[in-house]
Ligand binder design. Structure first.
Ligand code: SF4
Length: 450
């Protein structure tokens, strides 16, 4: 942890959007997960479910990575393939089920059934109804879904025919997450998105008609050629749809994106997208527009129409250290006290599984202190946490454990403490990811971004 004094001015803003990752998704950072710890992970699978968590047993869910897309968006930094034919896709689905079969019999799973299932990508809706049925039938056979509270499915609007949407609903999907990103056709095109606004309207209307319990839409503030007026129009259109929740990302330009390749080719250090202050102002504008019609801001990236009804079980699990059995190329999960991540490349992943081996590429056992840092930081992303909750779970009051970074954030004006609650101000929430670096242990301080 850094130990800055509490009366410092706010951390300097890096104004322009330069290349790099902004989002804090896990802790310790992925760079510290190592191939040499994979054998430790294999040993952890041989033990019954962890008792690290004082609750009876950690909640358990599944993540499935579908790495296919119709085309690669220029801002995409995920491992995706746009050139696989149907036999390769079928081979991948076979590999997913073979991987799941290896895990299903392990003592670490202990016969548990998933409480949540998340299909992410890539584009899960790239798969045909038959392929989806084959995959989910196989999954349910290995680990039944009869205790599942939520099944989330990420979808690209242009892949959604009525027939496919119906098939997705029939599989048991409860939370449809539509990757809309923007409503303006020029912005969608210039950023390399495969879909257009007409497809959004059609897919959304039919998804509503067939009664998905929850529909989330994703937006991105600050795409290439975004303007104040276009953003306002996009927010107005999003509000008009009345989605159950909205996830709003601020455009970042990691090194493995098409945009960065263009920057490099042109010798440019600054990405051709809005600066961070502008992106934060645009997200704030969207928050206020949704609040005006009754939505609640529930994290640095989400607004929800009815928080009493709309839950996000996957995120609750991810943020609170649940066991998440993740399968698929490059996917990362957490089982029995260990982080792990699969091979990044398609063929090594498929080959490993086909040979009856686990396709795990790197792993890490976070220490008790690191687990505490992880959960507390992720909790702050939600905007407000209960000190008592963490004190009971980790045996130390967070106001003592994290006294220095909390004092730093307070000194910068980003905390709003009150009784048991440790809250983050709106200004803090709009830049929460860069603030979380204050909680990192010194050896994990590899540089703040933005
Ligand atoms: S649809 Fe999503 S995963 Fe696919 S290329 Fe675009 S950003 Fe990447």
């Amino acid at each position: 942890m850094s130990h800055a004094a509490s009366n410092l001015p706010a951390p300097p803003l890096r104004h322009e959007t330069t290349a790099g990752n902004y989002f804090v998704a896990n802790y310790p950072p992925f760079a510290f997960w190592k191939p040499e710890y994979v054998s430790e992970f294999e040993a952890a699978l041989k033990r019954p479910p962890s008792t690290l968590d004082p609750r009876p047993s950690p909640s358990f869910g599944q993540y499935v990575h579908i790495p296919f897309c119709r085309k690669r968006c220029h801002f995409c930094y995920f491992k995706v393939y746009t050139d696989k034919d149907s036999s390769e896709v079928r081979g991948y689905l076979d590999a997913l089920l073979a991987e799941l079969a290896v895990y299903a019999g392990q003592p670490a799973i202990g016969g548990r059934k998933p409480k949540f299932v998340y299909f992410g990508g890539g584009t899960p809706s790239y798969l045909s109804p038959d392929q989806l049925k084959f995959l989910t039938d196989g999954m349910k056979h290995l680990l039944p879904w009869d205790e599942v509270e939520e099944v989330t499915f990420e979808a690209e609007p242009g892949t959604l025919t009525d027939h496919k949407l119906k098939a997705i609903r029939d599989l048991g999907v409860t939370r449809l997450s539509l990757g809309i990103e923007h409503f303006d056709d020029h912005i969608l095109e210039i950023n390399g998105r495969a879909h257009r606004s007409k497809e959004i309207a059609r897919a959304y209307a039919y998804a509503r008609e067939i009664g998905f319990p929850q529909i989330n839409i994703d937006l991105i503030a600050g795409m290439v050629e975004e303007t104040e007026d276009k953003w306002r129009e996009t927010v107005a259109k999003a509000v008009a749809l009345q989605p159950d929740s909205v996830t709003i990302y601020q455009m970042e330009v990691p090194f493995n994106t098409g945009i960065y390749q263009q920057m490099k080719a042109g010798g440019k250090l600054v990405a051709p997208v809005a600066d961070w202050e502008t992106k934060r102002a645009w997200v704030d504008y969207a928050y206020r527009a949704f609040e005006q019609v009754g939505y609640t801001v529930t994290s640095g990236t989400t607004v929800v129409r009815d928080p009493a009804r709309v839950k996000f079980v996957y995120r609750e699990g991810l943020f609170s250290g649940a066991d998440i059995l993740s399968i698929g190329v490059a996917s990362f999960g957490h089982l029995n006290g260990m982080h792990y991540q699969n091979h990044h490349e398609f063929q090594p992943y498929v080959d490993a599984v086909t040979a009856g081996k686990l396709p795990v590429y790197r792993a890490l056992t976070p220490s008790a202190e690191e687990r505490y840092i992880r959960e507390f930081m992720l909790g702050l992303k939600l905007g407000s946490v209960s000190a008592r909750h963490y004190a009971e779970k980790f045996g130390a009051d967070p106001r003592v454990q994290f006294a220095a970074p909390l004092a730093t954030l307070k000194g910068w004006g980003f905390l709003s403490n009150g009784g048991d609650r440790i809250g983050v101000t709106r200004a803090g929430l709009l830049q929460i990811d860069r603030l979380l670096h204050e909680f990192f242990k010194p050896e994990h301080q590899t540089g703040r971004y933005a």
